[in-house]
Each structure stands twice: as C-alpha cells, then as structure tokens.
Design a protein around this ligand. Structure first.
Ligand SMILES: NC(=O)c1ccc[n+]([C@@H]2O[C@H](COP(=O)([O-])OP(=O)(O)OC[C@H]3O[C@@H](n4cnc5c(N)ncnc54)[C@H](O)[C@@H]3O)[C@@H](O)[C@H]2O)c1
Length: 304
C-alpha cells in the first residue's frame, strides 16, 4: 500500500524538467497521473503533441497508470478538459500540480508587450484555470455529500522575492500566483483541501542556458545538488494525506534542503499625531532610510 493509492493527479508541464519528475514521483507513490503538456519550446513557441506521451510510457514501464493530455495550461477549456480526462478515466480528481511555464527574459526597458502578456498568462492564468475548475469540482462534490480529497501544489520561483532584474514579467506572475494560491487555501480550508506553493531550484531546460547555466551544471562527481529529482519528494508529500496541516505555505526546495518561507514582515512603523504631510513623511522616513541602500543586490540575475 502506497500513500497515494487510489488518488488521481494531474501535472501541467509534465513532459519535461520538474513536471516530469513530479509526475513520476506521484505515480511511484501510487497515484494515477494525467501527464499534461503542450510540448512548447523554451520561449513558449511551437507545440509537440507527442511530448507528454513519452512520460506516460515511462510511468507505465514502471508499473504505474497514466494518460497524456495535450492542451494549453492557461486555456480555460483545455484546463477543464484535463480535469474531465482524469474523472472520465479514473472516476475522481484529487491532486493538481500547476507547473507549466516558459521564460522570455528582458529588462523592464526592453520588454515587449507580447513578452509580458505571454509569460504572465502562462504562469498566472495557467495556475488560475486549473485551480478554478478543480475547486469547483471538489466543492460541488462536497455539497452533494460526496467524499472529497483535494491537494493543490503551485510552482513559484525565488524570482518573486528577489525580483530578478531580467524578469519583470516572470517575477510579477510568480509573486501573483503565491497570493492566488494563498487565497485558494483560505477558500478551500472548510472542505479539507490544501493549497501550497513550492519555489524549486533545479537543472532543467529553463536553467541550462544564460547566467544560471554554470551554477546549475552537473558536477563531475559527488552529490548532484540541482538534479530535478530532489524537488519531487516534497511534491509527493504535499499531495499526500500526511500534509493535511499545511496550507497556504511556501516552500523553497533544492538539493538536500527544504525551507519554509514566511509572509513579508513589518520592517518599521511610523505614526503621525497629525495627518501626514510631505514634510512629516520626509522627517519620519528619511531618518530611517539614511543608512539603507536603495535595493539589495539580487543574486539571481535571470532564469529562476
Ligand atoms: N528549473 C528551476 O530551477 C526553476 C526555478 C524556479 C521555478 N521553476 C518553475 O518550475 C516550472 C517547471 O519549469 P522547468 O524548469 O521544469 O522548465 P522546462 O522548460 O523543463 O519544462 C516546462 C514544461 O512546461 C510545458 N509548457 C510550457 N507552456 C505550456 C503551456 N502553455 N501549456 C502546457 N504546457 C506548457 C513545456 O512544454 C515543458 O514541458 C515552471 O513553472 C518554472 O517557472 C523552475
């Protein structure tokens, strides 16, 4: 008996990188898995109908059960069809791993409207549509007296907190999906459904080029810190009944490390006896800001 026996999962962007190893991990733990992927190139262009099928075959070769779903993770109808495929094939839906995405890195002054829209769409709306359909499915089932087991796992990035300078589109979308997952966590609490976010670091197509390529390179010997496989066990745990007390949390995960991040904290408070004026704001804030740098240097330049 495995921890996810009888559970049905869908993983978006599961044909490659992190999504692939997460789908394999869920199957290894007993879940039946919809391997969902549009098979796009690094920048979101093109598509490949067969990409997801290769991972289905890997899962089946290991004795698991999986089906492929070809669709756009950020499309309302495609996301609904992904869920319907799970229910039609196996009779229920329990675990949603939102993971699909791509990059189009540019500094704020060079970014095109299309680069902004495409990246925000895939990472932010690409998390919304799956969560929207899955939560409606679970709520309807709960209201009709059915048993409900639901887990949502979202994929953010440290770009959301370090605000990488080459990724205004990506950083914004990843910060937004953390807030959206937190909102879903609150809304679904009464149904016993959890929603958590991970911030992974791993060597994938996304990090194997540009400034991060060297940092993520596979070592010639010893522990391979950035192998994507090290991220998957946390996803398995967050999908499992054992994680029932975790909802709305954000986990940073890579190598042998898992950190739990807290919400932004107060850094300072200022009160005025009278309504604020330019002068009183200047007097309060400038004194506090005097020994501070305008912004901390980010160690992440791009591609996280
Ligand atoms: N690799 C890292 O270190 C890292 C760090 C932080 C966050 N992330 C996040 O992890 C997730 C997975 O990234 P990865 O590194 O495995 O990248 P990857 O490029 O290896 O895999 C992404 C997969 O998503 C699919 N995809 C892209 N757009 C899609 C769409 N609209 N519909 C369906 N499928 C689509 C692609 O076809 C691809 O198979 C992303 O959300 C990424 O932002 C990765």
């Amino acid at each position: 008996m495995s921890v996810l026996d009888g559970k049905v999962a869908a993983v978006t962007g599961a044909a490659r990188g992190l999504g692939r190893v997460e789908a394999l991990e869920l199957a290894k733990l007993g879940a039946r898995v919809v391997v969902a992927d549009l098979g796009v190139a690094f920048d979101g262009s093109g598509n490949d109908k067969d990409a997801a099928q290769a991972v289905v075959e890997e899962i089946e070769a290991l004795g698991g059960e999986a089906v492929a779903h070809y669709g756009d993770a950020a499309d309302w109808n495609d996301a609904k069809a992904m869920l319907e495929k799970a229910v039609d094939t196996w009779g229920d839906f329990n675990i949603l791993v939102n993971n699909a995405g791509f990059l189009r890195d540019k500094m704020i002054f060079s970014m095109s409207e299309d680069d902004f829209d495409a990246v925000v769409r895939v990472h932010l709306k690409g998390h919304f549509v799956g969560m929207r359909h899955a939560s409606e499915y679970w709520r309807t089932r709960a209201k009709s007296g059915g048993e409900v087991y639901g887990r949502i796992i979202s994929t953010a990035s440290e770009a959301a907190i370090f605000a990488s300078p080459g990724q205004p589109n990506y950083a914004a979308a990843k910060a937004g999906l953390i807030a959206m997952t937190g909102s879903a966590a609150h809304a679904l609490l009464k149904y016993g459904i959890t929603a958590n976010t991970i911030m992974p670091r791993a060597r994938t197509r996304m990090t194997s080029r540009g400034p991060t390529a060297q940092m993520f390179k596979q070592p010639e010997e010893g522990f391979d810190t950035f192998a994507p496989e090290h991220v998957a066990p946390l996803v398995g745990y967050l999908a499992s009944p054992a994680s029932a007390n975790s909802s709305g949390n954000v986990f940073l995960v890579w190598g042998k490390s898992i950190s739990v991040l807290q919400s932004p904290q107060h850094a300072a408070d200022f009160q005025s006896e009278e309504p604020w004026t330019y002068e009183s704001v200047d007097e309060s804030l400038s004194k506090w800001l005097a020994d501070k740098q305008p912004i901390k240097d980010s160690f992440i330049v791009t591609s996280m």
